[in-house]
Design a binder for this molecule. Structure first.
Ligand SMILES: [Zn+2]
Length: 246
């Protein structure tokens, strides 16, 4: 059940059976020369809805802008400062906790969100631990990166081997092509596999990775691969959700 399509009596009835909610979180940032700017939000949202359909879980609206300061030298990218994202995640969780939700299963599409969202969870717990929050004790939050499980990892390796890389990966680009086949952009990339390395701010990133990719060849992307990756991610996270909600 999607929160945005539900009525308040339906949410109240859901709360009588479950205190767990799925919150997809992504990013709005460049994904190389042929990947959609919304890749991380589109993938997290679609996988979250898939897990919701498989489990009957309530799925909150996607948090579509994340911590992507390092992508800001590429047109169209948007970012929240880490402190803003911490406040946003905290307010979303506390809003839902106000109604009785206690367990928050975040499905994440963007590696750059991990540190900040984890810090937001610590803020939420600190309020309960310090005794300042009154009734917010007992909340539990987890962050699951949709690509970090054995099913998706082994499928990505089988499909793309060392061309998978770290950003604008053929797995995530394929997944968006499966979801939005009218927006595929087959393209031969030069060099086929982008450089790997570290980065600091947005200018440093663009100097090191001129077309936006890190270590990947999204020229290998396909709708068919995306269909398989979507199914693997939904399967893995469905099992994970069930044990978290139990
Ligand atoms: Zn991405």
């Amino acid at each position: 059940m999607q929160l945005q399509l539900a009525t308040w009596p339906e949410v109240e009835a859901y709360l009588a059976t479950s205190r767990t909610v799925i919150i997809p979180i992504g990013s709005t940032e460049q994904h190389g020369p042929n990947g959609m700017i919304g890749t991380d939000a589109l993938t997290a949202d679609a996988i979250a809805r898939g897990v919701g359909e498989a489990t009957g879980a309530l799925v909150a609206p996607v948090i579509a802008v994340g911590m992507a300061q390092h992508h800001m030298a590429f047109a169209g990218s948007m970012t929240l400062r880490p402190t803003t994202l911490i406040a946003l995640v905290r307010d979303c969780v506390v809003s839902l906790a106000r109604h009785g939700f206690e367990r928050f299963f975040f499905i994440n599409g963007h590696g750059g969100n991990i540190a900040t969202v984890t810090a937001a969870f610590s803020e939420i717990y600190a309020e309960a631990s310090l005794g300042a929050a009154g009734n917010r004790a007992g909340l539990k939050c987890v962050l699951r990166n949709w690509w970090e499980n054995s099913q998706v990892r082994s499928l990505s390796k089988e499909l793309f081997a060392n061309a998978e890389g770290g950003h604008a990966t053929p797995s995530e680009v394929s997944l968006t092509w499966f979801l939005y086949p009218a927006h595929t952009k087959p393209m031969a990339l030069d060099p086929p596999i982008a450089p790997y390395g570290s980065f600091a701010d947005a200018h440093d990133y663009r100097r090191a990775f001129p077309d936006g990719r890190i270590g990947s060849n999204p020229g290998l992307s396909s709708v068919e691969a995306g269909k398989r990756i979507y199914a693997a991610a939904v399967d893995a996270l469905t099992a994970d959700y069930k044990s978290f909600a139990a």
